[in-house]
Design a protein around this ligand. Sequence first.
Ligand code: CMC
Length: 441
Amino acid sequence: MSQAKPAAAPKRKTATLTESSGNKSLEMPVMDGTIGPSVIDIRKLYAETGYFTYDPGFTSTGSCESKITYIDGDEGVLLHRGYAIEELAEHSDFMEVAYLLLNGELPTLEEKKKFEHSITYHTMVHEQLSTFYRGFRRDAHPMAVMCGVVGALSAFYHDSLDINDPHQRMIASFRLIAKMPTIAAMAYKYSMGQPFMYPKNKLSYAENFLRMTFGVPAEEYEINPVLAKAMDRIFILHADHEQNASTSTVRLAGSSGANPFACIAAGIASLWGPAHGGANEAVLSMLRQIGDKKNIPEYVKRSKDKNDTFRLMGFGHRVYKNYDPRAQVMRKTCHEVLGELGVRHEPLLDLAMELERIALEDEYFVSKKLYPNVDFYSGIILRAMGFPTSMFTVLFAIARTVGWIAQWREMIEDPSQKIGRPRQLYTGYTRRPYKPVQQRG
Ligand code: CMC
């Protein structure tokens, strides 16, 4: 009886690196993802050749394997667990997206209710935390307060610090997602000299945040459904974005075994920078600086000058070299919100729209594929909703906490995870003898 021949194993793809002298050569496996560029596995490079790779800014380096978010920057595609951001923004809500990012699947109705309940159950913060705020100056930037208060959560919730216990990891995740809007609203209230508002658990995540921010105990807060929907959509659009600076910071901090509250505080610190989450705040400052439509050409010219540090904030992206799909949704939301609030002819918005038009036609911006990014529009919407500019990045941090946690948990659960430890190209002094102070100079 003839036996069926086993199918030939598919040929393993490899890449070979050879030194120009020809003395050293290494064949390295090529790893394929489900979509997107393949990667060359260089893990044995140093051990077998004595070389490191050099990639400042990690423009060609994959730091981990992930199943959470996929971006195709050339095509303007953003998928969470396989679902397109445009569809999620249109049909889903933030709690559902949070569940999806954390668990890998969209929830059933029952799973969704249970998840929402778990988040709701943790929205209050330890009462003693409210006294912690008094240590900050009233005029402190709310992101400075966020870095401090979120880091301090590890001093309040000792029963969810053991990263090796899956239950504690889950409780810490719920706590962070649930408490972030409460902590952010408290930062705002503190800066305004108004009393803190306790969460109201019958409200949705976005509604609750708006009420804790803009409500006062003396009056009933009326939820505007258009604004609540816009807030929820802003949260969805910022929920995760693959291995960006703050997410990589969270993963790197967490790789040493640090507790989740400390890791998320590290992420908040990284997000604060104007090249990352601080860009929406920077967009508003830039619009104010430009001041008038007639000044746009001068500022566009300055942004192209290599000797000038001025850049058009809200334009360009490390990954998207096509329209940022989040920016398209945000642009639509922007018009909905401004329509609802009756601010169709807001001078800064007019200025922004004119800047967008000019930059999209300018040869420099077109050839470098510098499109408006999500922050270009979010700043305008948030301003119209009544948020001070200093709160813009805080809102980004609320939303991104979900992504940070999903990525942190994926890392902790990955058996190949190691402490992150990049190498360097050293160009400083070689060894030299110490000179006593009298012999120097
Ligand atoms: N205005 C003027 N020129 C720009 C801009 C800009 N906003 N962005 C990039 N360029 C130029 C840059 O000078 C460079 O020119 P050249 O090739 O002649 O040297 C070229 O475009 C490529 O830029 P890059 O700096 O190499 O690109 P990058 O990937 O390192 O930087 C970026 C990406 C987002 C930091 C940058 O585009 C930027 O600073 N934009 C303004 C800040 C901003 O809006 N950030 C929010 C990013 S979206 C939110 C998020 O995901 O965090």
